[in-house]
Design a protein around this ligand. Structure first.
Ligand code: XUL
Ligand code: MN
Length: 343
């Protein structure tokens, strides 16, 4: 039995298209995906606004809520919760130069419209969390934007959302690059500073994705620990990443097991989940996988996460204390390796 509740998004089962090649698998319907998610052992679903309400740009506010109600009914039918809604501010012609920090005031207005509709959708789905993955909030050409102005626009946008709804919580999902070259908000430290600068810092926190931390050259467990020290880690996307290249969203733990163990350990030691937080697994199956393997990365990641939970449970804190007291870090390191290597 796991102490955690796990979550997943519909985009985590995808057709396999990448920037250099077309789909390798067929599309699976939303309902079929969530039935399988439940079956695998997930408790909650994560949404982009248009995962819940496709084509929302052409719908009225009222129609968007009506569509979201249908999704809520599906979640209820399969006894699943909604964890968060994230405005998808990177696909639309209005977000070519970013949303909240675009140089065009019309684009910035569009981004706020999507943010407010995301809040409406979250309310309809029964969740209070809005995730901001700030995909294009940054620069491609450095001189095209002022880092000062962009940061202020981002804070203004967050303040707008906090004012629009008095209950929602905003989780900034930090990422240093991709698709943008230089992000306005690349790390947990930046997210915490933006939280502090907002009109209600008690409602602005972070979501840490392992791969994003690695892309920033940082250790995901330390990023988790930093946000937890501030009481502001309200979501995680556990996955893995082989070095600083494109975002790979590999299954949790498959590249660096010790790093994955330490992410699980820091979450457990600091009581992550005590306020209803989920462990999200933001993973992608390999492009080579066939149709019937569409969910294997999720099954594998969940299995690895639970196995690491058990390892962290077994971790001998007494031995750790002794090693620390004697400053015998070689012994401590070898103990961790043996814990991970031995069945
Ligand atoms: C992108 C990423 C997104 C967010 C949700 O790197 O991780 O899937 O998690 O918008
Ligand atoms: Mn993510």
């Amino acid at each position: 039995m796991s102490r955690f509740k796990y979550s997943v998004g519909p985009w985590n089962v995808h057709e396999g298209a990448d920037a250099y090649g077309p789909a390798t698998r067929d599309t699976i319907s939303f309902e079929e995906k969530i039935i399988k998610f439940k079956d695998i052992g997930f408790d909650a679903i994560q949404f982009h606004d248009d995962d819940a309400v496709p084509n929302m740009n052409s719908l009225t506010e009222k129609e968007i809520i009506e569509e979201a109600k249908k999704v809520k009914a599906l979640l209820d039918k399969y006894e699943l919760k909604a964890e968060f809604v994230a405005p998808r501010l990177w696909m639309d012609p209005h977000t070519v130069d970013g949303g909240f920090t675009s140089n065009s005031s019309e684009d910035r207005e569009f981004a706020m419209w999507r943010a407010y509709r995301s809040i409406n959708i979250a309310n309809t789905l029964g969740c209070e969390k809005i995730v901001l993955w700030l995909a294009r909030e940054g620069t491609l050409c450095y001189e095209s934007k002022s880092p000062v102005q962009a940061t202020k626009w981002l804070i203004e946008a967050i303040n707008g959302m906090l004012t629009y709804d008095k209950n929602i919580k905003i989780l900034i999902e930090t990422k240093p690059n991709e698709p943008i070259d230089r992000s306005v908000c690349p790390t947990m430290g930046h997210a915490m500073a933006i939280s502090a600068a907002s009109i209600d810092s008690s409602r602005v926190g972070g979501l840490l994705e392992s791969a994003h931390a690695i892309l920033a050259g940082l250790d995901p467990a330390s990023e988790i620990g930093f946000a937890m020290a501030m009481g502001k880690l309200w979501g995680v996307h556990l996955n893995d990443q082989n070095g600083m290249k494109f975002d790979q969203d590999k299954s949790f733990g498959v590249e660096n097991l010790r790093q994955a163990f330490n992410q699980m350990k820091v979450l457990m030691e600091n009581n992550y989940g005590a306020n209803g937080e989920y462990i999200g697994l933001d993973v992608k199956v390999m492009r080579t996988e066939k149709q019937d393997g569409s969910y294997r990365h999720l099954e594998n990641s969940l299995k690895i996460a639970k196995a690491l939970e058990a390892k962290a449970e077994k971790f001998d804190c007494g031995f750790q204390e002794k090693c620390v007291a004697e400053r015998d870090y070689e012994a401590l390191e070898m103990y961790v390796m043996e814990l991970l290597m031995n069945g």
